[in-house]
Design a binder for this molecule. Structure first.
Ligand code: UDP
Ligand code: GLC
Length: 394
């Protein structure tokens, strides 16, 4: 099957990292069309995946746009729709990986009469989307998509609750190449020293307890909750914030720095920016914290921490609840509650044997459930079925 993948982002978020793996599997018969240039473009090129930047300017449609705004902005995207429709004639299917890509891809598929696949990486709720955009996505999906792949049961349920046709929707979790987690550096102390933890924090690398947070810097990812939680933990509990802003959330970054200063935590919080070497960094942490304040659709970082053998505490909502069995494969805490988060950090700090057993079980669970090879087969089967259904009907 020849596939035209579409993604609106030029940057590497979780949905793009997923697509990077999927497009690798289809690279001899696919093209990735991006609506913006950036590091995602480079990463695709590095893997020899055919890629084309279709729009040079970021599309202005925002998740929270109202009807009038969306219609006006639709005027700006007509040339893009035309371009996608033209290109898609050389492919069997349009596979939309993000929301704007789906709107453009859906209309283009109508013109080029190509199969439309919608990979839903978002929880379609008013936490993130305007009612107009929700209606638009669901209407286009119900009318034009042959298949809606949801990254969790929570995402599927939100799609159906927003009016999506349940018969179109299937859950496929993100998968991970297990070999990337096989030989992680075992000398944590060396890595911590390389990170400058000893010098900057004036702590002995082996005595500081490192809580890692791996995510773009964005209010709903809740880095501020972890910072606040530190004030309820012993002084040698420190936080590594790994990730950068993806959508210009500079006010939030400013707010984080102010919070750190007000709480006097300058020596206990370190920003590492966006890193490509997440796995060894996670392996060097004592705990990985996931703190999203809105339901997380899936939460790649949770599974990655498990695969690295590092215990994980996650916010109890959305897809995270499908990934973590409380007190068995990790800890779940109510979103937005620093005190509750601190309680779990403190359990992990004071009871390393319990934490170690949890991490070991989590690793086995993640290796069994989220192996990329299996996930890719699931997607391949769904795609083939969708293509054959369409051929049968057409
Ligand atoms: N990530 C990364 N470098 C960073 C921070 C994060 O490569 O500095 C990766 C992380 O390993 C994960 C992804 O970004 O694979 C984030 O995906 P997730 O599903 O957790 O959240 P999203 O940002 O997609 O909502
Ligand atoms: C999105 C979601 C995230 C999910 C990722 C991959 O970026 O926010 O929860 O893990 O897609 O499906």
């Amino acid at each position: 099957m020849k596939i035209l993948f579409l993604d609106q982002s030029g940057k590497l978020g979780g949905a793009e990292l997923f697509l990077l793996d999927l497009a690798t599997a289809y690279r001899d018969r696919s093209l990735v069309g991006l609506f913006a240039d950036g590091s995602f473009h480079t990463a695709l090129q590095q893997r020899a995946i055919p890629v084309q930047v279709l729009a040079q300017q970021n599309l202005a449609i925002r998740k929270e746009s109202g009807l009038w705004q969306s219609l006006r902005q639709l005027g700006q995207v007509l040339p893009l729709i035309q371009q996608v429709s033209q290109i898609s004639r050389n492919y069997d299917a349009i596979y939309a990986n993000t929301q704007k890509a789906f709107v453009v891809g859906a209309i283009a598929s109508l013109l080029s009469r190509r199969l439309l696949i919608y990979h839903l990486h978002d929880i379609l709720s008013t936490d993130h989307f305007s009612p107009t955009n929700l209606r638009l996505a669901v209407t286009l999906a119900n009318r034009l998509a042959t298949l809606v792949i949801c990254n969790s049961q929570a995402t599927l349920e939100a799609f159906v609750a927003a009016g999506g046709n349940p018969q179109l929707a299937h859950v496929v979790y993100n998968g991970f190449a297990l070999e990337n987690y096989a030989d992680l550096p075992s000398n944590r102390e060396t890595l911590r020293q390389q990170l400058g933890l000893t010098n900057d924090w004036e702590q002995n690398a082996s005595t500081c307890f490192v809580v890692g947070h791996f995510s773009r810097l964005s209010p709903w990812k809740g880095q501020h909750i972890l910072i606040e939680a530190l004030t309820h933990c012993p002084d040698n509990v420190v936080a590594l914030l790994v990730g950068d802003t993806l959508f210009g959330e500079t006010a939030y970054v400013e707010q984080l720095h102010q919070q750190i200063e007000q709480l006097g935590l300058q020596r206990r919080v370190k920003f590492l920016g966006f890193r490509q070497d997440v796995a060894p960094l996670m392996a060097a942490c004592d705990l990985v914290a996931h703190t999203s304040t809105a339901p997380e659709p899936f939460g790649r970082v949770i599974v990655e921490a498990m695969l690295c053998g590092t215990p994980v505490v996650a916010a109890q909502a959305g897809g995270a609840m499908e990934l973590v069995e409380p007190d068995v494969t990790g800890w779940l805490v109510p979103p937005g509650q620093p005190m509750k988060l601190a309680e779990s950090i403190n359990i992990c700090y004071h009871q390393p044997d319990v934490a170690g057993a949890i991490a070991q079980r989590a690793k086995q669970f993640a290796q069994a459930q989220f192996n990329w090879a299996t996930i890719q087969q699931q997607i391949d089967r769904l795609l083939k079925k969708a293509l054959f259904c369409t051929l049968d009907n057409g």
